[in-house]
Design a protein around this ligand. Structure first.
Ligand code: ZN
Length: 136
């Protein structure tokens, strides 16, 4: 009976510590769901007014886009192999069994080279898809 407030305080201290540690470890957070961005999967959306929003995955960027049509200047994605930033219009996209982000369930991968996209698709049962930011 008397012990539980101590446990609650302890949990609060742990939470405070982990939050400050997360902030210290740096890195950007997703503009949609505020989770930490893995640089290798980062998607940047640059708006007509020059601002850039960063997203943790294709899934979040697409969700944001759905409600913000017409505001976008260009979209930059990251090649999974080299970490190089490329324009979404020249990237290769593969939807495969590998989830890039457990919290969003995104399974769309980005490659700068067609050969890398084909290799990933072959290895992980994926298919090359159209640019997911362009509406059919
Ligand atoms: Zn996100």
């Amino acid at each position: 009976m008397k012990k539980w407030p101590i446990i609650v305080i302890f949990i609060f201290i742990l939470l405070a510590l982990s939050t400050s540690l997360m902030k210290k470890s740096g890195g950007d957070v997703c503009a949609l769901d505020a989770i930490k961005i893995e640089p290798i999967y980062q998607v940047d959306i640059t708006l007509a007014d020059g601002k850039t929003l960063k997203f943790c995955c294709i899934g979040c960027a697409r969700k944001w886009l759905a409600g913000n049509k017409g505001k976008v200047e260009y979209i930059t994605v990251t090649d999974e192999v080299t970490g190089k930033r490329i324009d979404a219009s020249i990237a290769w996209f593969v939807e495969s069994s590998i989830v890039t982000n457990q919290s969003t369930g995104n399974r769309i991968h980005v490659f700068a080279e067609k050969a890398d996209a084909e290799k990933h698709a072959k290895e992980f049962g994926g298919t090359i898809i159209q640019n997911p930011f362009v509406e059919p």
